[in-house]
Design a protein around this ligand. Structure first.
Ligand code: 5RP
Length: 262
């Protein structure tokens, strides 16, 4: 086991490693964004190189595309493949219904389009991402730059009638400037602390002109793979109503750690 990996990275790695077992020859796979998804891309690259696994990846961000190229995962675009067998992605929070908050990495728009265009979505996460109720993690909402202050005011006004505990809305910054997404939009972070009705909030937010998409993923995720630092992984399938544990051996993956550039 590599000494330099933190417990959280070990948990993310084992979740990613287990999820990549779901990928079969010939599959078209949506590749998520974030630090957990980056482990998944590395593990998938290892299977492509060492087993000759034939897959086509559709990345959800420029940085995922870059990593996939580095590790040898062949890529295409959603417009070329049109529909995917599977998407594997991280999440900022998930609840018992596998409703998610996503967008901590500012890629929620492409992530939601790609996951929705997939037969199955698998979320990979460390155990700390599981919550009784969504909302402690600020909810990302992608908005177009034009008139963003008006859109912000409309979001704040909308939140008054929503079942949430707090209503602060902030524009996500990248240093002194607003953060720009891959689709050239801005991200608003909604500090809600608790979201009483995620389904209603997701629908209402998307009615606001200027809002492109929100980070609530409802009825999209099918399976969550939860990783623990000791190598234990729990696979929970919401459709089958099943849950089982597996164990991942770190020693078998030393090539990945050796090849890591970051
Ligand atoms: C990016 C996302 C990520 O999946 C989410 O932020 C989790 O990231 P990490 O795996 O780094 O904790 O939604 O937009």
């Amino acid at each position: 086991m590599p000494a330099e990996l933190s417990p959280i990275d070990k948990a993310k790695f084992v979740a990613a490693k287990r999820a990549v077992d779901f990928v079969e020859h010939g599959m078209k796979v949506g590749l998520g964004t974030g630090s957990t998804a980056a482990w998944m891309v590395r593990c998938l690259g290892e299977r492509v190189r060492e087993e000759g696994l034939r897959v086509i990846g559709v990345p959800t961000s420029t940085r995922t595309a870059e990593l996939a190229r580095q590790v040898g995962v062949p890529l295409s675009t959603l417009d070329d493949v049109k529909w995917l067998d599977l998407t594997i992605d991280g999440a900022d929070e998930f609840d018992m219904n596998l409703a998610l908050i996503k967008g901590g990495g500012a890629a929620l728009l492409q992530e939601k389009i790609v996951a929705t265009a997939s037969d199955q979505m698998i979320v990979i996460a460390d155990a700390a991402k599981e919550v009784a109720q969504l909302g402690a993690f600020p909810l990302p909402v992608e908005v177009i730059p034009f008139g963003w202050q008006t859109t912000k005011a409309l979001i704040e006004e909308t939140l008054v009638s929503m079942d949430v505990l707090s209503r602060d809305v902030t524009l996500r910054m990248n240093g002194a400037r607003p953060l720009i997404t891959d689709e050239s939009n801005y991200i608003m972070d909604l500090h809600l602390k608790r979201i009483g009705n995620p389904r209603q909030l997701a629908l209402v937010l998307n009615q606001i002109p200027g809002v492109v998409e929100n980070g609530l993923f409802i009825d999209i995720c099918d399976v969550v793979v939860i990783g623990h630092a000791d190598g234990l992984v729990t696979v929970r399938d919401i459709n089958a109503g099943s849950e089982h544990d597996d164990r991942i051996e770190f020693a078998a993956s030393e090539n990945i750690f050796r090849d890591m550039g970051d």
